[in-house]
Design a protein around this ligand. Structure first.
Ligand code: DGJ
Length: 567
C-alpha cells in the first residue's frame, strides 16, 4: 500500500513537472524547456548542523553567492534578457528577483505568472537559483505595489491614518480583507511555483519588503486605535514571560519600565512612548506577514524570510525608519507573532556591517543579507564569522562586469562543500582589515596564533547606482574599503586552507608542546566542487624563504598550508 501511494505521489509530481510554463515575450534558450521535465529534487530547507544552520539545496549545503535586481528590472523579460548572461558571467549562483502583486493579479482573482515563469526559465538556462521577493502590501513601508483594485478601494482595504486623520499610501496591518487578499495572491504564487518548479530553482522567498510604518511611530486608524486600547494578546504575554531572560535589552527595558505587567491594554503594559508604539506595530505587521507566509507555505514550504530597513542612527525614532519592521530590538515580537517566518534579514547599507551582523544572529537567527553594498571583505566576514546563508549586493546588474565580486564568488563557489563541512564545528573563521590603515591583526585559531600583516591601502568600494527615488537605505556613498581579508578553514590538525588577499601571515603555536611553528609546505590551488586542485608548490621567494604565507596581491587566491612544530 505504502509503495502504491509513493508511486502515485511520484506520478503526480511528474505530471505537475510537465505543466507547461506560460511563454513570455522573450525567446529563451531551448535547454530551459528541457529542464522542466527533470526529476523532482529535494525541497530546499534549513537544517541545524552542529553549531550552525545551513540551507540545503538538492539535499546539500548551499551558500547563496547572490545579487538582488533593481526593483523594476524583472517586470520586463526583454529588459532582463542581456542581464542574465552578465550575472552568470559574474559567477553568481543565485539571483534575488521580484514578483509584484500588481502584475500577478491585475484583476481580482485573475492571475498571470508569465513574469515569474520567465525568471525561472532564465535562471535555469544560466544555472542560477532564485530567491523571489513578494512585493505585496509592503514595499519600503508603502503600498505602491498593490494592484489598482486594492489601491482604489479604501473601504475594503483601509489605510493607515496619520495623527490628523489623513489616509497614507499604506494599508493598515489590521485590515482583515487586506491580509486575506494578500495571502490569497501569495498562496496562488506559491501554488504556481510548486507546479512549474519541481527541481526547485526557487530556493527561498522574501515575504514583502522592508515593512513598517513610516513618518509616525504608530498607525492612527480607527482599527489601530481600537486594538491599541484593547488587551495585549495573551499569546504575546506568554511568549515574552517565557523568554524574559533572553529578551533584547531594549525591549526588556520598555516592558520592565511598567513592572513587567502580564495583562492590560498596550499603553498599560508597555507605556505610551514611540517605543511602545513600535512594539504594537511589530506585533500587527508580523502577524499579517506571518499569515501571508503561512498561506504560501501551505502550497510550497520552502524557507521564507522578512527583511528590515534598519535604524539608520541612534537619534532616529520609530517612524524615522519603518516602525515595527524586523529591527533587532523587536525580533522577539516578530518571533512571537510570526513563527512561520524562518529568518529575519538585514538590508545593510550602514558602515558598521559587522555590528549589524552580530545583532542579527542573536537568539539563533540565521544570517542572510539580501541587500548590501558590494564588498568582498564583508562577504567573507559574513560567511566566515557568522556562517551566513548568503550575501547579495543590491542592484547587482549595475555593477561593472569586472567587479571584484566575480572572482570572489568563483573562488568561494568551489569551496562551498569545504566551508559547509568545517563550519559545523567552528573550524571556519574570517579576518578582515578593520580600516585601510590598519597594519596587522592577530587571531588564535586551530591551536595557533595567526599574525596577519596587511598590505597597504584601501580602495573606493564600487557601488551599484541606487535608483533615484531610493529612500529606504540611507548612508550610501563611497567608502574607503580595506583591501585585505582572509577566510580561514582549519581543515586538519596543523593544517589551514586560506582564501584571501592583501597580507602575509605567520604562525606560532598556541597550545602546550614544541614552541616553534615551521612550515611543512604550502600549495596554492583552487577547489572545484569541494575537491582540492593543487597548483604551484609555494616556496623560496614566494613564502619569504619558508617563513610565511604570502598573498600580497589584490586578487583573491587560495593557499593550503601544513605546519609542524619543533624546538
Ligand atoms: C531598499 C529596498 O529594500 C530596495 O527595494 C531598494 O529600494 C533599495 N533600498 C534601494 O536603495
Amino acid at each position: 500500500m505504502k509503495r502504491l501511494l509513493a508511486l502515485l505521489l511520484f506520478a503526480g509530481v511528474l505530471v505537475l513537472s510537465r505543466a507547461p510554463l506560460r511563454v513570455s515575450a522573450t525567446a529563451v534558450p531551448a535547454d530551459a524547456d528541457a529542464a522542466v521535465g527533470q526529476t523532482p529534487a529535494p525541497m530546499p530547507a534549513l537544517e541545524k548542523n552542529g553549531s550552525v544552520v545551513q540551507l540545503l539545496v538538492d539535499g546539500k549545503p548551499f551558500i547563496m553567492l547572490a545579487g538582488e535586481l533593481h526593483n523594476s528590472s524583472a517586470s520586463s523579460p526583454d529588459y532582463m534578457q542581456p542581464i542574465w548572461k552578465k550575472l552568470a558571467a559574474m559567477n553568481l549562483n543565485t539571483v534575488i528577483g521580484t514578483v509584484s502583486w500588481e502584475l500577478v493579479e491585475p484583476r481580482e482573482g485573475a492571475f498571470d505568472f508569465a513574469l515569474v515563469d520567465d525568471q525561472i526559465r532564465q535562471a535555469r538556462a544560466h544555472h542560477l537559483r532564485l530567491v523571489l521577493i513578494w512585493f505585496g502590501t509592503w514595499k519600503n513601508a508603502v503600498a505602491s505595489y498593490v494592484p489598482m483594485w486594492v489601491k482604489t478601494d479604501l473601504k475594503r482595504f483601509p489605510r493607515v491614518l496619520s495623527k490628523d486623520g489623513v489616509a497614507q499610501e499604506e494599508l493598515t496591518p489590521l485590515g482583515a480583507e487586506s491580509v486575506k487578499a494578500d495571502a490569497k495572491a501569495y498562496r496562488a504564487l506559491m501554488r504556481h511555483i510548486r507546479a512549474v518548479d519541481p527541481q526547485h530553482t526557487v530556493i527561498m522567498m522574501q515575504v514583502e519588503n522592508e515593512p513598517g510604518k513610516l513618518h509616525d511611530s504608530r498607525d492612527r486608524s480607527p482599527l489601530a486605535e481600537a486594538a491599541w486600547n484593547g488587551p495585549v494578546p495573551s499569546d504575546l504575554m506568554r511568549y515574552l514571560a517565557d523568554r524574559k531572560a533572553t529578551l533584547h535589552p531594549a525591549l526588556a527595558s520598555v516592558w520592565g519600565a511598567g513592572g513587567f505587567k502580564m495583562s492590560g491594554s498596550w499603553p498599560e503594559v508597555f507605556g505610551s512612548s514611540p517605543q511602545a508604539d513600535e512594539i504594537f506595530m511589530a506585533w500587527y505587521i508580523a502577524s499579517y506577514i506571518g499569515k501571508v507566509t503561512e498561506a504560501g507555505k501551505a502550497e510550497l514550504a520552502i524557507p521564507m524570510y522578512a527583511n528590515a530597513w534598519l535604524v539608520q542612527n541612534e537619534k532616529q525614532a520609530p517612524g524615522g525608519y519603518p516602525s515595527g519592521g524586523p529591527n533587532p530590538h523587536v525580533h522577539d515580537i516578530w518571533r512571537a507573532a510570526a513563527p512561520q517566518i524562518d529568518l529575519l534579514a538585514p538590508d545593510i547599507y550602514l558602515p558598521d556591517f559587522r555590528g549589524v551582523c552580530a545583532q542579527f544572529v542573536r537568539n539563533g537567527n540565521p544570517l542572510f543579507i539580501p541587500e548590501a553594498r558590494a564588498s568582498v571583505p564583508n562577504l567573507v566576514w559574513a560567511l566566515g564569522r557568522h556562517a551566513a546563508l548568503g550575501y547579495s549586493p543590491f542592484g547587482i546588474e549595475s555593477l561593472p562586469e569586472d567587479t571584484p565580486l566575480g572572482p570572489a564568488y568563483r573562488t568561494l563557489a568551489g569551496m562551498i562543500p569545504v566551508i559547509a563541512q568545517y563550519q559545523t564545528d567552528g573550524k571556519v573563521t574570517a579576518v578582515v582589515q578593520d580600516s585601510a590603515d590598519q597594519r596587522s591583526q592577530e587571531i588564535v585559531f586551530g591551536g595557533y596564533r595567526l599574525t596577519f600583516a596587511f598590505s597597504a591601502g584601501g580602495r573606493a568600494a564600487p557601488q551599484a547606482q541606487p535608483p533615484a527615488a531610493a529612500g529606504a537605505a540611507g548612508g550610501r556613498g563611497t567608502t574607503q574599503e580595506p583591501q585585505s581579508f582572509a577566510m580561514v578553514v582549519n581543515t586538519a590538525p596543523d593544517e589551514f586552507v586560506i582564501a584571501g588577499q592583501g597580507f602575509s601571515l605567520t604562525f606560532a603555536p598556541d597550545t602546550v608542546g614544541p614552541k616553534i611553528a615551521g612550515i611543512g609546505f604550502i600549495d596554492e590551488g583552487r577547489y572545484e566542487n569541494g575537491v582540492w586542485k593543487a597548483g604551484r608548490r609555494i616556496n623560496g621567494d614566494e613564502n619569504g624563504g619558508g617563513t610565511r604565507m604570502r598573498m600580497a596581491g589584490q586578487r583573491i587566491e587560495i593557499q593550503r598550508i601544513r605546519l609542524y612544530r619543533y624546538e
